[in-house]
Structures are given as C-alpha cells and as structure tokens.
Write a protein that binds this ligand. Structure first.
Ligand code: TXA
Ligand code: MG
Length: 345
C-alpha cells in the first residue's frame, strides 16, 4: 500500500496484515528508521520464520515493537526509572530499550537471553498496525518482533521496494509507508546491568539520553567498525554489517579528491559518495554521487545511496569520510561497519 492510499484501503491492508501475523506469517512494515520484517513476538514458530527468511543466526535477539509505552510492563520484568523516563520522552521514536524480560517472553525472540529489546516506532502505519494487532490479541500481550528487513549482514531497507528486492518472496505482505524519515536503525540502550550502555548509536544521541535519564550512558566500542569492540549479543554491533557487495573504502576527507583522481587515473571503475559536487575534471569512469551535508539528511539517504552505488557494478565504492563530532557518530558507525563487511559476496 502507498502512503497515499485511501483510508478504507489502508484499513483493509491493516486488517490483512493482522490476519497474516495471527496466522504466524511474516509482514514487512515501515518504521521511521528502516523497514522491519515482522512476526508475532509471542509465537516462537512465527519468530523462527524471521530467522529463516533473513538467514540470521538464531542466537541474535530481535527487537519487539509495541503499540505504546503503556505496554512496557507486559514485556519487561523490571523497568528502571531512567529507562521509563526515556520511553516517555522518546517513544514513539528511534530508541530501543534492553530490559529484563518477563518470564513468559519466548527465548526465540531474545536469542536465549534474559533480556528483551523493546521499542515503539514513530510511523503512522506501524502504529496503526500495532494498535490493531494489540486489539486483536487483547488481553494477551501483543508485540511485533521485527529486525531490519534485509538479509543478514546486508544494507537495511528504507523503502518498500528495497524490501521486495531483499525478501519479496518470503513475506506475506509488504506495507508501503514511503521512504523512512530517519534512515538508520534505532539507538539501543541496555538497561539490564548496573549502568546504562549504548550498544548501537542512532538518531537519539548519548547527550539526549543523558539529559532525560540524568545519567550519561557508557558507549560500547567507539563509533565505527574501524575501532569498535564487536558485541556478540547484538548483530548490529558486529564489525562487519550493513554492507554492500562491492568493496567499500572510507577515504579521509582532506585527501579525498586526490585519492579519487589517483584511482580513476589508474583505470579503476569506481563510484564515489561525497558531500560536495564532483569537480569538473573528474574522469568519466568515476560515478560521483552527492550525499546531504548534514548528519540527519546523510543518514536518511545513506542506505539508498549505498544500494544505488552497489548496483553500478564498479570495482570500488570510495566514501568521503564524515566529521568526527557527535552529530555524525551513528553515520560514522554504519559507514565503518559497511567498509568492514563490504565485498564479501
Ligand atoms: O530501528 C530499528 O531498531 C530497526 C527497526 C525495524 O525497528 N530494527 C533493527 O533490528 O535494527 P535488527 O534486528 O536489525 O537489530 C536489532 C539489534 C540487534 O543488534 C540485536 O542484537 C539487538 O538489537 N538486540 C535485540 N534484543 C537484544 C537484547 N535482548 N540484548 C542485546 N541486544 C539486543
Ligand atoms: Mg539489522
């Protein structure tokens, strides 16, 4: 369905999506971050289908999407006040909280761990689906387990067309909510230990969290896959992730133009992702793509840009490295992981 579909058509699609979920099937849904591959989080068999479709190892836990923050306690056994304050401040929004799970929450969702990842996505279609699903399952708890709707290790989808390319034959329905507004995955904050820790950076920054939670979270690794400590519990924190098939190299901004010219002169077929327009004298063998100059705009278009460059069949994607300040942290993280994982297939 498109974002512009008539209200009754949208209702019919939501009803169909709820029916598919209740039948244990997979439904792809838009969120503000990336598209998710959804299944009934309370149904271990349905959740198993997510792992099969993605080719994802079964010990990697999934995020459970909820209709509202008021559903938190159905899934989490204990919610520290700082975590609740974050849920109230940022939900619906690009923030995932890792909390001790209620005993009933299936291990299929949590990768066998005693914690569960929870978030309320900020997308009107996702929220309608979640509300309708919750109404259908009431009084039982309702949540949609949904990892990003890409094959394991690959670039996350930010349009319905990307989902169809990745997993079209594996889902009962793809809800089309238009391009994702944030474009990179949610910030993950782990509240299951003594001190909160950011497991994956995203649009909600450490400073945003500190302001609301009253405590500065620790940050796992440091930004990009370049110098991160891989966290085995979170696939989004594996050093090689979010990767195109074409080899991808991050090039220092100061040396960028010189390096691109050197590669092009050496006869390499390359594609470039830069924050400035191509110089007039760039060789025709070099495909130059311009990304937005602000971090939020860059993030919004990042995965679509990587997909477009990956489709060109070049030998190398050269990406102009991004600034090191906090606003760019999540983008730098994804670029670093993309560079580490690229060219593996
Ligand atoms: O923005 C997002 O978070 C998107 C949309 C669809 O909501 N979802 C997403 O899901 O990025 P996925 O599965 O691609 O990444 C979820 C991350 C993984 O790194 C996973 O390991 C981590 O969340 N995670 C989930 N539950 C966890 C838990 N209990 N403990 C530690 N990490 C967890
Ligand atoms: Mg993912």
């Amino acid at each position: 369905m498109s974002a512009a579909a008539s209200p009754s058509a949208a209702d019919a699609l939501i009803a169909a999506a709820v029916a598919h979920l209740r039948a244990g099937e997979l439904v792809a849904l838009p969120t503000e971050t990336v598209y998710g591959l959804g299944a009934d989080a309370a149904d271990p068999q349905a959740v198993g289908r997510i792992y099969a479709a993605k080719g994802r190892p079964a010990n990697h836990p999934l995020i459970v999407h909820l209709a509202a923050a008021s559903h938190l306690d159905q899934w989490a056994a204990s919610v520290p006040p700082a975590a609740r304050a974050l849920a109230e401040a940022f939900w619906p929004g690009p923030l995932t909280l890792i909390l001790k799970k209620q005993p009933w929450v299936p291990e299929a969702v949590t990768g066998g761990q005693v914690t569960v990842g929870l978030r309320v996505p900020d997308h009107p279609l996702a929220l309608r689906l979640l509300a309708a699903f919750a109404a259908a399952k009431a009084p039982a708890p309702a949540g949609i387990a949904a990892p990003s709707a890409n094959r394991f290790g690959r670039v996350s989808p930010t349009t319905a067309a990307h989902v169809r390319e990745e997993l079209g034959d594996k889902v009962a329905l793809v809800l089309d909510g238009g391009p994702c507004a944030v474009g990179i995955e949610s910030t993950i904050v782990d509240f299951s230990r003594a001190e909160p820790e950011i497991l994956r950076p995203g649009a909600i920054s450490a400073a945003d969290i500190a302001r609301v939670a009253g405590v500065t979270p620790r940050q796992r690794g440091d930004g990009a896959g370049r110098n991160a400590t891989p966290a085995p519990r979170a696939s989004g924190t594996l050093a090689a992730h979010y990767a195109p098939r074409t080899p991808l190299r991050l090039v220092d901004a100061a040396a960028f133009r010189e390096e691109v010219e050197r590669l092009a002169r050496a006869g390499k077929k390359i594609a470039v992702l830069a924050r400035a327009a191509a110089p007039g004298d760039i060789p025709a063998s070099c495909h130059w793509r311009v990304a937005p100059g602000d971090a939020a705009g860059y993030a919004r278009e990042l995965y679509a840009n990587l997909r477009a460059l990956d489709a060109l069949g070049v030998e190398l994607i050269a990406v102009e490295d991004v600034p090191t300040d906090a606003a760019w942290r999540a983008v730098a993280d994804r670029l670093g992981r993309a560079a580490t994982g690229a060219g593996k297939k």
